[in-house]
Design a protein around this ligand. Structure first.
Ligand SMILES: *[C@@H]1O[C@H](CO)[C@@H](O)[C@H](O)[C@H]1NC(C)=O
Ligand SMILES: *[C@@H]1O[C@H](CO)[C@@H](O)[C@H](O)[C@H]1NC(C)=O
Ligand SMILES: *[C@@H]1O[C@H](CO)[C@@H](O)[C@H](O)[C@H]1NC(C)=O
Ligand SMILES: *[C@@H]1O[C@H](CO)[C@@H](O)[C@H](O)[C@H]1NC(C)=O
Ligand SMILES: *[C@@H]1O[C@H](CO)[C@@H](O)[C@H](O)[C@H]1NC(C)=O
Ligand SMILES: CC(=O)N[C@H]1CO[C@H](CO)[C@@H](O)[C@@H]1O
Length: 884
């Protein structure tokens, strides 16, 4: 009876103190924890609904389970799910759960402490060392319904929160009246404050000297995360989920870098990329034919701007159909000739692939139908949308035959001997995007009305000979492949089974009672219908946010199948948590505006340092709308400090290859020269992230976590731990107000010291072909003594060491080298450099014999600037030299 009384009292309190604006939610009395079992390393309990179900946004689930496990010293796993295990959970095949080493776990006390109140149930997580509360759900009752889950944590006032992407808002999130919606969307022009292409339900809470922690919610359902203050001024963060379970990983830090590394333990270490992937890439939508593509290659060469990789957008396709070539404008023989030509010159070629397959007379469709791999409606009919080629069907990545299908399409179309021998892959439209508005009942009519596929530009005869190009561009013929149409087949192939976490039956999968702030309107608008059921029984409603990442993973497999020993490079638009373990990301269809130029820095930092997708970059010079000479010039320089460096442009916009303006060409030559000299420094730091999760591209507060002045900065960043990049960010400006942390820095160009005081310093007279760079004291940067036209050439250049002594007079640095492209490296060079008392020395692993040497050492800050000392140190054994 005590229980009942307490219960009533709690209910009253809940009503009186409720801060929720919705009256109906106030009737939800939460849950009561019973059968609590505490054990070393964890706890479990049953949670039983208190009072009558409130059934606000779907039926309340009456019996829940709570499992708590201290998985490592720094990671706490808390999961709340339905006792019957019918509610959908993210499948392990898509997001492999981290392995838990129970023995290791018990060696030291965990850094986080879980506590709970039993009725109404709430839980809290605190930092053991200082008692700091990290998460506390006691302010409102847990709501767990079949189409709505609500959990709120209180937070300190004015918290420094980061993450919850993908978004184009400031790196440090707004904390009042702010909603982050996660529902992957084809988000043309990446507008601020809206849901974009990816879903990363992870935030960092940085509290300066008391530490940083991370909270990752493994949930792929649509959601709104509200960050706001309640009526009484209490700061909170609230999850509003359209389904799934509450599967939390709390990461203790205590530094931002450590939180990032702990997240990598959960989401997977990022994939290593080939060395050449860091070269400069050129792309655009709207190259009219293979001659124009070849002309761009030729023009880059003439302008003396190193071009590593040429790309082609959907222009190469016949009527925009994947796995086809436009026979007039991109005939196979000429495409192959261009690829051969590029390969002979140590350059590469990349094209785009979309997931949607044209519903028409083409082999990719026919073979897919034979294997029955396309998504179907619940009545068994084929589901159709309308994308670039017009009416399309969509592969079901959960179908057991889809891997064979996809790998086979890649093997045929991208065959090295007879097809388009690409070096890496670009995948797009995989949210999945569908141009056709919900309910898209007539995709054929929609395609016709919207000119899909768009009319290609008219084919041209061979326009002129291209200087330097061999006899490759002669007219050639290719037989059209004719395919017989196979009849439609299929029935609802799936039978529901209880207890398999496949999703509760009887939900409204199209218009759930709770509405998230999806910028595309209703859930299924502009994408695949959310009521489709995949071959394994999962609903698109639950798995929508996984579609792009599943396509990415399988496309990586398909690339590996073509070149089993080589690291694949796959650049995707849509991502889910953990995608970085397999693929890279570009920031989507931005605009050629100063605003997007600025935003690109915060976006890049979020992906690299928080979401563990370190191979990332924006469309340099901007995608849609016309760029300007000055913007393109500044972006050519900023882009050189993006991990992924690609100029890309929208159909119909003015040309923006770097050689189009002399000032931009000059900026690009200078930026690429610096980037290439630094390439091994970057490669080393990137490699370290793939092994340890330590982010290599850093917001300032990651390096100076105790300096409050750094917390909000997202227009400057550290490129590797040693180089501070402070780009000019305003139109027409030749100056920038740059924050210098309390430390010693040196100007990259002059070696002159700058003593930072945790204040802003105005850097001025920065021409349109310059970008301010400063080396952090305490660093040694190995650079290539000269740049080169390709990364293949670059790898033959000797090294130079730049030594930037710290406030204590010392410095350290690292160099990692391998063959640049193999998945497994038989031999490596892993060197640590140290500088102390005017002596530089190095040692490490030298199994990779490169024949390379260090030819000089530059010490910054000496003689008022820099002093260069010629040396001759082979990088084949430990060495050192006194610099006097
Ligand atoms: C959680 O918040 C409640 C209400 O403010 C407070 O009473 C409780 O002590 C907090 N729990 C922890 C562990 O901080
Ligand atoms: C390449 O350069 C030539 C000569 O400047 C120019 O006429 C042509 O338009 C350029 N082509 C492309 C695709 O940039
Ligand atoms: C779907 O999107 C279109 C274009 O943004 C919009 O006009 C329409 O209202 C949306 N429909 C729904 C049902 O959300
Ligand atoms: C871009 O510039 C071209 C050429 O000046 C012009 O025709 C076009 O309308 C411009 N487009 C936009 C979006 O401003
Ligand atoms: C690139 O090649 C051109 C032409 O051969 C040459 O003049 C230039 O110096 C090369 N650039 C670099 C950075 O090696
Ligand atoms: C949010 C934003 O910047 N949107 C802009 C993106 O670019 C388009 C085209 O220039 C503009 O119309 C949008 O306002």
């Amino acid at each position: 009876m005590m229980v009942t009384t307490a219960l009533l009292l709690w209910s009253l309190l809940a009503l009186v103190h409720s801060v929720s604006s919705s009256l109906s939610l106030d009737n939800c009395l939460g849950y009561r924890a019973v059968n609590v079992e505490e054990r070393p390393g964890g706890l479990s309990a049953d949670l039983m609904l208190v009072g009558q179900p409130c059934n606000t946004y779907g039926r309340d689930i009456e019996n829940l389970r709570l499992e708590v496990e201290y998985e490592t010293e720094t990671r706490l796993h808390v999961i709340i799910y339905d006792a019957d295990e019918n509610v959908y959970q993210v499948p392990d095949s898509v997001f492999p759960r981290p392995t838990v080493h129970h023995q290791r776990r018990n060696e030291n006390a965990p850094e986080l402490k879980f506590s709970y109140e039993d009725s109404p149930f709430s839980f809290a997580v605190s930092r053991l060392s200082n008692g700091e509360p990290i998460f506390n759900s006691s302010g409102s009752n847990l709501i767990f319904q079949c189409q709505y889950v609500n959990l709120r944590t209180s937070l300190p006032q004015n918290p420094n929160l980061y993450g919850i992407g993908e978004h184009s808002d400031p790196l440090r999130l707004k904390t009042t009246g702010y909603t982050r919606t996660l529902w992957n969307r084809d988000a043309y022009t990446i507008p601020a404050g809206t849901n974009l292409y990816g879903a990363h339900p992870l935030y960092f809470d940085h509290r300066g000297e008391t530490g940083t922690h991370g909270v990752f919610l493994l949930n792929s359902n649509g959601m709104d995360v509200h960050i706001d203050q309640a009526g009484d001024g209490t700061q909170f963060l609230e999850y509003n989920l359209l389904g799934g379970v509450l599967d939390f990983y709390f990461l203790a830090g205590p530094t931002p870098k450590e939180v990032s590394m702990q997240y990598a333990e959960v989401a997977g270490l990022p994939a290593m990329v080939p060395y050449w992937g860091f070269g400069f890439h050129q792309c655009r939508y709207g190259y009219r034919d293979i001659f124009e593509v070849a002309a761009v290659v030729s023009n880059y060469s003439h302008a003396n701007i190193p071009l590593e990789t040429m790309w082609t957008d959907i222009d190469y396709m016949d009527q925009r159909k994947v796995f086809t070539l436009d026979e007039r404008r991109f005939p196979l023989q000429k495409v192959r000739a261009l690829v051969d030509f590029l390969h002979q010159r140590d350059q590469r070629y990349i094209v785009m692939v979309d997931p949607a397959v044209a519903h028409s007379d083409n082999t990719a469709f026919t073979r897919g139908m034979e294997k029955d791999v396309f998504m179907r409606r619940q009545d068994g009919s084929l589901y159709e949308g309308a994308v670039w080629p017009g009416p399309t069907v969509f592969p079901d990545w959960f179908h057991p035959s889809t891997p064979d299908y996809w790998i086979n399409e890649f093997a045929l179309f991208f065959d090295a001997e007879n097809g388009v021998d690409i070096d890496a892959l670009w995948i797009d439209m995989n949210e999945a995007a569908n141009f056709c508005d919900w309910p898209c009942s007539d995709p054929v009519a929609f395609a016709k009305a919207n000119n899909l596929p768009p009319d290609p530009p008219s084919a041209r005869p061979n326009p002129s000979s291209l200087p330097g190009f061999p006899e490759v561009f002669q007219p050639g013929n290719r037989n059209k492949r004719r395919i017989k149409q196979s009849p439609r087949q299929g029935q609802g192939k799936y039978k529901y089974e209880d207890g398999k976490k496949l999703g509760i039956q009887g939900r409204d999968l199209i218009d759930p009672p709770y509405t998230i702030a999806n910028a595309a309107g209703s859930l299924s608008n502009k994408t695949i219908n959310t009521d489709l059921i995949h071959a394994n029984g999962l609903a698109e409603y639950d798995t929508h946010n996984l579609y792009g990442t599943m396509m990415s993973s399988l496309s990586r497999e398909a690339m590996l199948h073509r070149r089993p020993e080589k690291r694949p490079l796959v650049i995707t638009r849509s991502t889910f948590a953990g995608a970085g373990a397999r693929v890279a990301h570009w920031l989507g269809d931005n605009a050629s505006t100063w605003e997007k130029y600025r935003t690109s820095i915060a976006q890049m930092l979020a992906f690299a340092s928080i979401f563990q997708i370190p191979m990332v970059g924006s469309d340099v010079c901007g995608f849609t709308s016309n760029t300007t000479e000055q913007l393109c010039s500044r972006w050519a320089m900023l882009g050189a400090f993006n991990p992924f460096y690609r100029n890309h442009n929208e159909y119909g916009m003015i040309s923006q290859e770097f050689y189009q303006w002399e000032s931009v060409a000059e900026a690009a030559r200078k930026a690429i020269e610096i980037r290439y000299q630094l390439l091994d420094y970057m490669y080393t730091a990137f490699y370290r992230q793939t092994r340890t999760g330590e982010p290599w591209l850093l917001p300032l507060f990651f390096v100076y976590p105790d300096e409050p002045g750094t917390f909000g900065i997202d227009l400057q960043f550290f490129y590797g731990g040693a180089l501070l990049v402070s780009p000019v960010t305003e139109d027409g400006s030749t100056s920038v107000d740059a924050y210098f942390p309390d430390d010693l820095f040196y100007d990259w160009y002059t070696g002159l010291p700058v003593r930072g005081r945790g204040e802003v310093i105005r850097l001025s007279d920065i021409s349109y072909t310059d970008i301010p760079l400063h080396v952090r004291g305490g660093s040694i940067i190995p650079v290539r003594a000269q740049s080169a036209n390709t990364t293949t050439e670059l790898r033959k250049r000797d090294f130079r060491l730049i030594i930037a002594p710290g406030l204590d007079g010392r410095a350290v640095g690292e160099l990692y080298l391998d063959d640049g492209e193999s998945l497994h490296q038989p031999a490596t060079l892993e060197v640590t450099f140290r500088y102390e008392n005017s002596r530089v020395s190095f040692d490490g692993v030298f199994t990779l014999q490169t024949g390379l040497r260090i030819e000089s050492v530059t010490v910054f800050g000496r003689g008022g600037g820099q002093e260069v000392v010629a040396v001759d140190l082979p990088l084949s054994k430990p060495g050192g030299v006194d610099l006097g």
